[in-house]
Design a protein around this ligand. Structure first.
Ligand SMILES: *Cc1c(COP(=O)(O)O)cnc(C)c1O
Length: 406
């Protein structure tokens, strides 16, 4: 097959809508256009039935019951609703929340907002792989703790957290457990019962569904989680999220969840093999390359590598045939090194040399073969121009060199 450029290797930022998802959505824009809240006629009933089918498809993916799935505009809103909704509803019980410093901004900025409102937030340090320790969670829980929020898998470095062990600690301590599972969903098996999860954020566009639709799982029993609504209106979604439902997108989200569940075993095996092929080639053909994130507990489609002595930005410029990310997609507009890499102890210099490769459903073997050659040749070319790299090759200890100038 002929390669088409640029090759998309940024599946953590977003994914294309799967053609099967698109086909499922199509009729709901035109023929089946009813308002799912219209109780008086066929148009409304048909739309409502489609929404309920999607709710079931999403519930199945995470082993929840249908009524526990609340539709939102995306995971940014789901994270806001989970954290602000719990903070407001359980204010009598306490004002303390626990999270990690490498969460998505939709969690971190929401926590910062709460701090300004008088809440206290503990940002648990992560280890050098980016994992949160269940024992650290246990030690941080106070009588006033109302929520623990720890992501399922990190969007930059792909590290997967021990959700079941963290959930167990939360259950023992009687504290609610929220997880941002946007990157984990469809990549690692999720089970809200077995993992002791009370709230879970999901986003359709990270799993081959449309942008602008997401869900929040809200546990209904053992315990029944109550949330203060953040958007007020017609009382849709059990009163937790008002607003006319985006029926076509919800239908697409449901189909995407069904596909993800069905394809998960084969898809993750295929992506893991391609990802490992890419990493094995990079590390065998280049020296001074470092894997960021956990070597085993990581998303099958994620590879995050620091290429010492090569600026990430120059590397991306040198391989325009590849659509990849340097640092986080959300911070690549600024020249700040990624806060995730910083939190796992990657030095500022090395952080600036990091590239994130995100593989996905439509990534082919030929594309990975091309990517390997492109990455290896571009890194070599840039290093040939680097006096620092030359000195290291010659065995000079650059840390001991007296620099002139600044
Ligand atoms: C993309 C992403 C989000 C935000 O989801 P949207 O639906 O785009 O608002 C939240 N958390 C993680 C981990 C993400 O990767």
């Amino acid at each position: 097959m002929m390669l088409k450029f640029p090759i998309y290797l940024d599946y953590h930022a977003t994914t294309p809508v799967d053609p099967e998802v698109f086909r499922a959505m199509a009729p709901y824009f035109t023929e089946v256009f009813g308002n799912a809240a219209s109780r008086n006629h066929e148009f409304g009933w048909t739309a409502e039935a489609a929404v309920e089918k999607a709710r079931n498809q999403i519930a199945r993916l995470i082993r929840a019951t249908d009524k526990e799935v609340i539709f939102t505009s995306g995971a940014t809103e789901s994270n806001n609703l989970a954290i602000l909704g719990v903070a407001e509803m359980y204010r009598e019980k306490g004002n303390h929340l626990i999270t990690s410093p490498i969460e998505h901004k939709a969690v971190l900025d929401t926590c910062h907002f709460l701090e300004k409102k008088g809440y206290e937030v503990t940002y648990l340090p992560v280890d050098s792989y980016g994992q949160v320790s269940p024992e650290a969670v246990r030690a941080a829980i106070r009588p006033t703790t109302i929520l623990v929020s720890v992501m399922g898998a990190n969007n930059e470095i792909g590290t997967v957290n021990p959700l079941a062990a963290i959930g167990k600690v939360c259950k023992e301590k009687g504290v609610l457990f929220h997880t941002d599972a946007v990157q984990a969903a469809g990549k690692v098996p999720l089970d809200v019962e077995a993992m002791g999860i009370d709230l879970m954020s999901l986003s359709a566009h990270k799993m081959y569904g449309p942008k602008g639709v997401g869900a929040l799982y809200v546990r209904r029993r053992n315990p029944r989680v109550r949330l203060a609504a953040q958007i007020h209106g017609g009382g849709h979604e059990r009163g937790m999220r008002s607003g006319t439902l985006n029926v076509p997108s919800i239908v697409g989200f449901g189909k995407a969840a069904e596909l993800s569940e069905r394809l998960l075993p084969d898809e993750t095996a295929r992506l893991r093999r391609l990802r490992d092929k890419l990493w094995d080639a990079i590390r065998s053909r280049l020296d001074q390359v470092y894997l960021n994130g956990h070597p085993v507990d990581r998303l099958p489609n994620n590879l995050n590598v620091s290429f010492a002595f090569v600026e990430g930005e120059s590397l991306m410029m040198g391989m325009k045939e590849l659509a990849v990310s340097s640092g986080s997609a959300c911070t690549s507009a600024s020249l700040e090194p990624s806060y995730v890499l910083k939190a796992i102890g990657v030095g500022e210099d090395l952080a600036h040399t990091s590239i994130r490769f995100g593989l996905g459903r439509f990534t082919t073997e030929e594309e990975i073969d091309f990517a390997i050659e492109k990455v290896v040749s571009t890194v070599r070319k840039l290093r040939d121009l680097s006096p620092l790299y030359e000195m290291v090759r010659e065995g000079i200890d650059i840390k001991a060199v007296q620099w002139t100038g600044h």
